[in-house]
Structures are given as structure tokens and as C-alpha cells.
Design a protein around this ligand. Structure first.
Ligand SMILES: [Zn+2]
Length: 111
């Protein structure tokens, strides 16, 4: 059953940006701009914290999944290696309508 999206209360002061990211991304996937709004961080900070988070999760059962950026004109899929920021232009057809990469957190069952 689908619940309508409710406006979120501002994050509690005691939550670190990292904790906020974990809360957001384990609920659903977001792109950098959406995270920036929800977490009240600049996009640059979001990218910084995403990179930190990805490194720190290596020892935990959680994984940061990245849905790669894609060209909306021709469907070209951008490589995700270390690339958190949206590419400016499609190398295949030169279009600038690029979907933003989406981030989400999943807990791996294996251990
Ligand atoms: Zn393209």
C-alpha cells in the first residue's frame, strides 16, 4: 500500500549527517539534490558524506547501491566508478538531459 509523501520534519540536531544519510537511503533511493534538500546539506557536502559513508560501510553488512546516471535521450549508461556527481553531457549523443545517479542503502543478508 502506498502512503502519500509527507513533509519531513527537519533532522534532529543530535543526528550526524552520516546518520541522516543512513536513515534516508535505507528508506528509499535519492539523488544528490534530493538528499541535499532532505538533509539540509549542500550538494557538495552530500557527495562528501556519501563517499565517507561508502568507505565506512565496508566493514558493515550495509551496502551503498548506486543506480548509475543515464542519458534520457539515447539511454547511454554512465559508469559509476567513484562517480557521485552527475555528468554534464552524454558522450554518445551529446545530449544534456541526464538522469541523476540514485543512491540507496541495502543490508546484505550474507554473513
Ligand atoms: Zn545520449
Amino acid at each position: 500500500m502506498h502512503k502519500p509523501l509527507e513533509p519531513k520534519a527537519p533532522p534532529k540536531r543530535e543526528q550526524t549527517p552520516r546518520q541522516i544519510l543512513i536513515d534516508l537511503l535505507s528508506a528509499q533511493s535519492y539523488d544528490v539534490r534530493q538528499i541535499s534538500k532532505e538533509a539540509h546539506l549542500s550538494e557538495r557536502d552530500v557527495i562528501y558524506h556519501l563517499e565517507e559513508l561508502q568507505c565506512s560501510l565496508k566493514k558493515s553488512p550495509m551496502r551503498l547501491l548506486i543506480e548509475p546516471a543515464r542519458c534520457l535521450s539515447c539511454g547511454y549508461v554512465f559508469e559509476t566508478r567513484e562517480r557521485f556527481q552527475k555528468p554534464g553531457r552524454c558522450p554518445s549523443c551529446k545530449a544534456q538531459r541526464i538522469s541523476q545517479p540514485q543512491f540507496s542503502l541495502h543490508t546484505s543478508e550474507t554473513d
